[in-house]
Design a protein around this ligand. Structure first.
Ligand code: BES
Ligand code: ZN
Length: 623
């Protein structure tokens, strides 16, 4: 046995090294990982390497039910493996083929329970189970909540929600390959963040249709994702396409027409796209995020469908995660900026390549303003890129993680030049492909490859201050966007009583309109808001980012004529970024706003995703 292993590896090693992709090259499968406080797993003892799901979607019971088979690597002396579970119903567990003992620990409010399984010397585990009741990662939609009038299911794993439907080690540092067989009711289609092996499904012995999937690249388990619905696919390029319900797919394909070019740009900057196809799935409006970078299949809110492609930076962002996040992944959620800050930077670069420098500068200027707002609102501890102290894996101030993170990289770019940064980032993604990353390791890597002992450069960069201190270091440069040059003048004109129609609203793009609305005084009398509404028909504007900026301003001023529009908006979609601040704005308006928010939320709540419900439950408190 020993001889065979030695001989086998001695002979096979050179061949494997030559032929294997980067992700297969990992030397030690139990290599130490940074401590992740968001998991019960003990990866230094035993680690999941592959998840194989065989599940039936039961829309009546709102459960996924079946078996998960796990492949494991473990220390020779390992007796148990610890998985994460949040409410999973476990029916039976086998080690190898034989029943084994398991124990579900007490439930931590945030982390869920440890699921500890006796290995009995085996390295495969089978778990017969069903997803949790009201699983936090799953939203089961009724026919009334979808465009097609058919039922729908989607999952959202990030940050630590997948443990409510998959019994595995739910830590971003523990990469796993996966495959799945998913049985769905007739007339529906399953899609996953994986290669689709059966585009039309097959007749299933359980009844309904079975779909098979395969993800051969090891991914952090928060990226395992599923959706089931009446889905149609439309290609927009050789490697790219859009899934959506039939009545949405046409609009989706129009909005996403630039996707293939975005991929080309990203590849030319950061190296090959490693995931095969890139499709997006446009979800029903209750999807709680703008987008989620599930590999091969980004999940998107339909609220980005503006009809004029003006909000496609969202797609650029999710695509960029194919490098920052999905290829090189934050090892722990405290380093979330390594995913989101890098991605926001790359999103900007893709936007610049597609739509020009002026477009990019405007996006940067809006982002700069968001940082300034956050610095005024967030306590010092919450202003660090690398979070310290008690932070939950699920909350972060996006202006810090996203915008300060991107500004850090733009500051480096300014200091060392674009060419050098591009070259570095390309090598960073190559060298760390399919591996976890920490802030410390990134800084060490950057120093090794770029700073290389140059004391003057080290001094200019202020790397540690950016990563570990609150605020914005003094080497940050405020972006100048000439497209915004005239806006302060129009704002001043309006403030001094001039008609808003003096502003070239029709000629402005989305970002200019946002800048105008965001820089108007926060306090305005009803008569001035009337003037804006009359000039630009803001209550009915189709662009949801602009609508949101308007409604925030209107609610802050208790502007009654915008209330029907707020009610329409908050009952027609459930994107957290829009929903949370609007309820907060209403609740902050005393009696007036609370009398709107409470009945409105009572009506709208059932349509929101569990994540958004939990957040808004804390905002809209009973009288
Ligand atoms: N990965 C995030 C979504 C996310 C973040 C889910 C944290 C769970 C926890 C995604 O890539 C994202 O950043 N989405 C943004 C859009 C983007 C253009 C800033 C969003 O949802 O608004
Ligand atoms: Zn992101």
């Amino acid at each position: 046995m020993l001889r065979r292993t030695l001989l086998g590896s001695a002979l096979a090693a050179p061949i494997i090294a030559a032929a294997a992709p980067a992700f297969a090259r990992r030397a030690d499968p139990l290599a130490p990982l940074p401590l992740d406080r968001s998991t019960h797993a003990r990866p230094e003892i035993a680690r999941v390497t592959h998840v194989s799901l065989d599940l039936v979607a039961d829309f009546d019971a709102k459960r996924l039910r079946g078996t998960a088979r796990l492949n494991i690597v473990a220390r020779p002396d390992a007796e148990q493996i610890v998985l994460d579970s949040d409410g999973l119903v476990i029916h039976a567990v086998r080690a190898g083929r034989r029943p084994t003992r398991f124990e579900l620990g007490s439930r931590d409010e945030e982390l869920g329970s440890a699921l500890t399984i006796q290995l009995n010397g085996q390295r495969t585990i089978e778990i017969d189970y069903e997803s949790a009741e009201n699983a936090s990662a799953l939203q089961w939609l009724t026919p009334e909540q979808t465009a097609s009038g058919k039922q729908f299911l989607f999952s959202q794993g990030q940050a630590i929600l997948n443990r409510s439907w998959i019994p595995t080690q739910d830590s971003p540092g523990i990469r796993q390959t996966y495959d799945a067989r998913i049985v769905v009711p007739d007339g529906l289609k399953a899609v996953m963040s994986a290669e689709m092996l059966t585009p039309n499904g097959r007749h299933a012995r359980e009844g309904g249709r079975a779909f098979r999937f395969r993800m051969p690249q090891p991914i952090p388990p928060y990226l395992i994702a599923i959706a089931i619905g009446d889905l149609e696919h439309r290609a927009v390029g050789p490697r790219t396409g859009v899934y959506a319900e039939p009545s949405v797919v046409e609009r989706g394909a129009y909005e996403c027409a630039d996707m293939e070019r975005m991929m080309d740009v990203a590849e030319s900057l950061y190296g090959p796209y490693r995931w095969g196809r890139y499709d997006v799935l446009i979800l029903p409006p209750s999807f709680p995020y703008g987008g989620m970078e599930n590999p091969r299949l980004t999940f998107l809110t339909p609220t980005f469908l503006a009809g004029d492609r003006s909000l496609v930076s969202l797609v650029a962002h999710e695509l960029a995660h194919s490098w920052s996040g999905n290829l090189v992944t934050n090892a722990v959620w405290e380093d979330g900026w390594l995913n989101e800050g890098f991605t926001s930077y790359i999103e900007g670069r893709i936007g610049e390549a597609l739509f020009g420098v002026e477009h990019a500068r405007m996006a940067e200027a809006l982002s700069w303003a968001d940082i300034q707002t956050a610095l005024g609102a967030v306590p010092a501890d919450g202003q660090r890129l690398h979070w310290v102290g008690e932070v939950s894996a699920n909350d972060n101030s996006s202006a810090i993680t996203y915008d300060k993170g991107a500004l850090f990289l733009r500051t480096i770019e300014g200091a060392i030049g674009r060419e050098r940064l591009d070259q570095y980032l390309r090598s960073y993604f190559d060298r760390h492909a399919f591996q976890p990353m920490t802030t410390q390791a990134f800084l060490a890597d950057f120093r090794d490859h770029v700073v290389r002992g140059d004391a003057a450069l080290e001094e200019r960069l202020k790397l540690d201050e950016w990563a570990f201190e609150p605020g914005i270091p003094s080497n940050a440069v405020e972006p100048v966007a000439s497209g915004f040059d005239d806006i302060p003048g129009y704002v001043a004109h309006f403030v001094s009583g001039g008609p808003p129609a003096a502003a070239p609203w029709e000629a402005w793009n989305t970002m200019q309109r946002q800048r105008y609305l965001q820089t108007l005084p926060r306090e305005l009398p009803a008569e001035r808001l009337d003037a804006l509404q009359r000039a630009f028909a803001l209550n009915d504007i189709g662009n949801n980012e602009v609508l949101f900026d308007w409604l925030m301003l209107a609610m802050a001023n208790r502007y009654q004529p915008a209330v029907p529009s707020v009610e329409r908006f908050l009952t027609s979609m459930g994107r957290g970024k829009f929903v949370r601040p609007l309820y907060r704005a209403l609740m902050g308006q005393g009696e007036w706003g609370q009398a709107i928010a409470r009945p409105l939320y009572a009506r709208a709540r059932a349509g929101y995703h569990p994540i958004v419900q939990t957040a808004v439950d804390r905002i809209v408190t009973p009288a």
